[in-house]
Each structure stands twice: as C-alpha cells, then as structure tokens.
Design a protein around this ligand. Structure first.
Ligand SMILES: [Zn+2]
Ligand SMILES: [Zn+2]
Length: 166
C-alpha cells in the first residue's frame, strides 16, 4: 500500500488511518515459508509539525520448524511499530530514525516487511529448554530418553569390568 502523506505534511489533514493486509507468504526463512496467514496491518499516520507520525500494529500467524528438534512451531505474533516520516531528509545520518517519503509517498508494505523481519527472533525453538534430537538414533528427546543412553552406560560399565579383569 502506498501511503500518500502530502496533505499530512502540509497539515491539511490531521490523521490517515489504515487497516489492511500484506501477503508475506512468498518470503522464505530456513528453507520454509513461515508466514501462513496474511499480515494484518492496523494503524494511522498523524500530522505532526510538517512530518507524519506513523504507528502500526501488525499481527500474523507464523509456523516454522524448531531449530533443535524440527518439530513445527506455531506462533501468533503481534508487534507495534512507530516511525516518523518526513518529506525530505536533510541529514542522511538520520536515516533509520526518520523515513523519507519521496514525493510525499511512502511504501508502507516495504516498511512493515522490514520491521517484521528485524523484529522476529533469529532462532526458533518449540520451547526454551528443547532437548533436541538424539544425534545417534534421531529420537525427539522431548518425548523422553532414548535407549542410546543405556548403551553408553553399559559400555562404560563393560569398560570398567574389562579393566578389573585385566
Ligand atoms: Zn524443539
Ligand atoms: Zn538415541
């Protein structure tokens, strides 16, 4: 969605609300497409001393395999973002804090997509203490221990026994 901010910059309009959805289903992360619902974007741009104060609340369903055990993690995320859009960026060092709306128009989809990708964690775990998979048999250790542990113990015991015999 292209947000026309010209009349907000000119202080002819006080506020421009928006409520729409962005489709991020084409974005892949770790080899999957985790945005399983459209991203709902709700907020407004407010005229503020010749600039525009943007606030948005985004919410969406997200589904990605756990980084440790590969079990599917289903989350619902809700993030709040705010930005100040200006008609012209005098000091390029302000980029990041301030957003330049070239010709008074801002591409809200691009901005929101960047916000979301920065806000998402870089690791996804089904739970903070996920035990992962057994490197030997591949069992999901969140479901309980596998038999490999016992084999290790048996071998250790056999090793001790061997030493005793020799
Ligand atoms: Zn896990
Ligand atoms: Zn195992």
């Amino acid at each position: 969605m292209l947000l026309d901010l010209k009349d907000l910059f000119a202080e002819k309009t006080e506020s421009r609300p928006f409520d729409y959805s962005i489709d991020l289903s084409g974005i892949s992360m770790n080899g999957v497409y985790p945005f399983v619902s459209p991203v709902r974007v709700k907020g407004e741009a407010k005229s503020l001393d010749g600039s525009a104060l943007l606030s948005a609340f985004v919410s969406f369903d997200f589904s990605i395999p756990c980084d440790r055990c590969a079990r599917q993690v289903d989350r619902h995320y809700g993030f709040k973002f705010s930005h100040v859009a200006v008609p012209y960026l005098e000091n390029k060092d302000d980029a990041g804090e301030l957003i330049e709306a070239v010709n008074g128009v801002l591409n809200l989809d691009d901005l929101i997509r960047e916000d979301i990708l920065l806000e998402l964690p870089t690791k996804f775990l089904c739970r903070a203490d996920c035990r992962g998979l057994c490197p030997r048999c591949g069992k999901n250790l969140n479901d309980g221990p596998c038999d490999c542990e016992d084999i290790t113990k048996d071998r250790a015991a056999a090793g001790t026994l061997g030493k005793l015999i020799h």
